[in-house]
Design a protein around this ligand. Sequence first.
Ligand SMILES: Nc1ncnc2c1ncn2[C@@H]1O[C@H](COP(=O)(O)OP(=O)(O)O)[C@@H](O)[C@H]1O
Ligand SMILES: [Mg+2]
Length: 579
Amino acid sequence: MAGQQRDISVSEFFAKNRHLLGFDNKRKALLMTVKEAVDNALDACEEAGHLPDIEVRITQIAEERFRVLVRDNGPGIVKQQIPNVFGKLLYGSKFHRLKMSRGQQGIGISAAGMYGLLTTGKSIRIVSRTSPKKEAHHYEIQIDTRKNLPNIVKEATVEVPWPSGTEVEIELVASYTKGRQSVDEYLEQTAIANPHARIVYSPPTGDPVVFPRGTDVLPAQTEAIKPHPYGVELGHLIKMLHETRSHWLTGFLQTEFCRIGPKVAEEICRRARLNPRAHPKRIARQEAEKLYHAIQDTRLMAPPTNCLAPIGAEQILTGLLKGVKAEFFTASTRPPAVYRGNPFQIEVGLAYGGALGRDPRHDEAEPVEVTGSLRGKGKVNGNGPPPATARVIRFANRVPLLYQQSACCIFKTVIDLDWRRYNLSQSTGALPQAPLVIMVHMASVWVPFTSESKEAIADYDEIRAEIKLALQDCARKLSAYLNRRKQQKYQGERRNIFLKYIAEVAAACQALDRRIDRQALIDDLTAMATKVTAQADEVLDDHGRPVVPDTSSGAEFGENTVVVDPDAPPEPGSFQLAS
Ligand SMILES: Nc1ncnc2c1ncn2[C@@H]1O[C@H](COP(=O)(O)OP(=O)(O)O)[C@@H](O)[C@H]1O
Ligand SMILES: [Mg+2]
């Protein structure tokens, strides 16, 4: 056995375990490749303050072979870094900082490149330019998986028509289908959560699709933060003590963590019975443990939250209005909260009704033509289209999460909520039976994914609690709208019944007592019926929904709420989320 022991490089490991990175089947491989490249493109553009203009082109070259090209208008990558970024796993600028970004592990685009290389033997091709004054660099790179190092196959300078940015091209064995969990769905959801980006997508078949920019406002620039003391584990604290450049324990605490000033640092040392002037490198394991407990016992301010840039309720509405055809939209953003020392923020958007389908609780089934023995009796209420089931769309730092739904904290919280309290049908432990799209976004400096493929969010109590509060806030607004709809419809029906009998009642009264003026009685009763059922005067459309003339209304159901006419023609640039 001794003769067989040897090191395993990360790339060898992930080449064998590519499913851990999300490359477990051909369809998903295509999605992951596009996703890694587009996530990087958006990250790069935002960090450089450029409004993202992204091109995604997928070309089919054989039955199961595709070429993926993604180009951005970001800041480009300096020449010396290009080989490492694309030819080395676990290499990146985002792992060692606590900052809100899409990538974090440094294992995204290089893994996609490695998958391409393994399945087709073709190098990953990169062209990158850092400024219009500089020339663009062209590279063809392979990964030496044995050593986890780039192998440069070709290197040249080239002319390109664009001033700055990066173009990545990967050839891979894959398959393409539309619908749920496809590249198309990923890009549609990306457009919803990133209304500041313009994306031009050329799928393998059919015409190019343009997702236009919905706003010229970039997400707020975020700051990287230092770790919060409550989030640090003992082993990590010991490592930090060894690696610090500070010479004093108090200095170490102040420079390596956020929310520790001189006074608090002294207090922690006092609690731990350690000398504030002790050299951090000489702190023994037992002392480190005392320090650890002293930190946990000291009252500290929550971490700063300027490191978070939520999408914002208004932009969520913009995104949903663009990609979901519904009648009622609402959104809400929670204040920042903290899990394991990491700040995070939850946002929820709901879209209800309209083209999303029938609600068994509120809409009657569409009448169907009756054939056979009942023929001739006209239309009766039949089964109509099947009742719709709610759908959850999940996002982490603006990236759509398309797989592992049931393992995700977001999904679990959605099904655990009692939606029946909000006027919707639901079986226990299931999604509500309603034409509803539930969008949930978690923004954080560190998203706790359950695996390297970044598909599901781990189940922290703090995160669950925030998701629940945001869902409840939106559900309350939806419930107010549904209540109103129900009331109006009920009052309308009531009035119809009154009006139907008023003439008969007046005639009967006159028959009993000749002195009664029949017409005057009709007028009086009609006025009374109208007053009693006043709510029905708000006009209802054919489907029993209140007709709202312009999209700015909805405010009466709560903040950040919009009601639209579902039958109005679509706005330019809008699309319908893949189903
Ligand atoms: N399109 C791009 N423009 C600029 N920099 C990029 C681009 N793509 C990748 N990078 C750089 O390469 C690094 C590695 O990317 P990646 O392997 O996807 O890991 P991660 O995004 O998790 O850091 C990134 O951290 C970033 O610094
Ligand atoms: Mg990445």
